[in-house]
Ligand binder design. Structure first.
Ligand code: SF4
Ligand code: SF4
Length: 54
């Protein structure tokens, strides 16, 4: 998972992840690559297209 710097920390990606792989911290998004199953839901929901699958 790649997070571009135009992320606005809205938290939508974390809310849609079924395996809780994304954590929204203060001005920082953390993705747990060991949990991520590359389903792409977070990529689709991001309003500013800040996420891409590696
Ligand atoms: S690709 Fe799927 S599993 Fe991985 S962080 Fe996004 S929503 Fe979660
Ligand atoms: S949905 Fe997009 S803008 Fe919102 S926190 Fe996630 S990466 Fe950032």
């Amino acid at each position: 998972m790649i997070i571009e710097d135009f992320c606005m920390y809205c938290g939508a990606c974390a809310g849609v992840c079924n395996v809780d792989a994304i954590q929204v911290q203060e001005l920082k998004i953390v993705v747990n690559d060991e949990k991520c199953v590359k389903c792409g839901l977070c990529v689709d929901i991001c309003p500013v297209h800040a996420l891409t699958l590696e």
